[in-house]
Design a protein around this ligand. Sequence first.
Ligand code: BV8
Length: 248
Amino acid sequence: MYRQIVVLTGAGISAESGIKTFRDEDGLWEQHHIEDVATPEGYARDINLVERFYNSRWENLHSGEVHPNAAHAALAKLEAEFSGKLLVITQNVDDLHERAGSKRLLHMHGELSKGRCPQSLQTFVLREPFGEDNCCTCCIPAKRLRPHIVWFGEMPFGMDRIHDALDNCDLFIAIGTSGTVYPAAGFVDSANHHGAQTVEVNLLAADRHSQFQYHFTGKAGDVVPALVESILAGKTLGSEAATKEMSA
Ligand code: BV8
């Protein structure tokens, strides 16, 4: 029986909910250059382009068409029923984990549903799209809110808490992430170094594939619920039984 689990999720866990991933063939980055829409320099260069990029993703998230899927629900069930400690770290900026019931959750790359005052760094729940009239209420004169998103070259949130969890976990599971963006892509190395079992759930072999001890290939919505049932039944994921169930 595991006593401390860390889960890292990426865009792949939200794919079955209808949210585009970044690097799959029809991904988000296909229509935009990363340096234009997800860097401070890109924001300074063309604030309207970046606001349009985030406003369109925010509208999609709140369109009523996008809902948590079975993988999000399974992680919320794991949090509710697992007797040990669990931390879900997500690279995703959507709120599907929260909507599925997860509470012990860390958005290391920020949140689509929040804006941030560039001066005070105070965050605000987004009530309207980003634009010149969407300003903070903490400064005089009021400042234009920026997306509460970690862009390339900016420090991700919660790194101390993340490293503490990785140093003490006995199971690390990465779900739906290509393993191309650091520091998240390096978490598996830290988990391996501290003796944890490391498990990857993905449609295919991602960039850090070889660093994981166990692989469960398939859609997150199919694999994660079975993985959670095995963990809650006290099985270790290396055991033949757990693996056989998963590949069934
Ligand atoms: C920092 C916000 C330092 C934007 C994002 C070391 C080496 C090289 C470069 C670097 C390095 N260290 C740092 C860097 C630079 C950079 C970086 O890593 N660059 C990469 C491109 C090489 N990193 C940074 O800049 C980071 N900051 O290091 O700061 C610092 C130090 C001191 C002081 C200040 C700063 C910040 C990185 C954060 C960037 N922001 N997001 C936004 O969301 O709009 S990153 C972006 O990529 C998203 O957050 C996304 O989550 C993340 C990772 O992508 P994935 O989630 O993995 O998604 P992807 O599409 O790639 O893959 C989807 C996967 O799912 C695939 O594998 C697919 O097979 C699978 N899948 C699909 N469907 C399913 C599925 N799996 C299961 N089921 C399915 N149904």
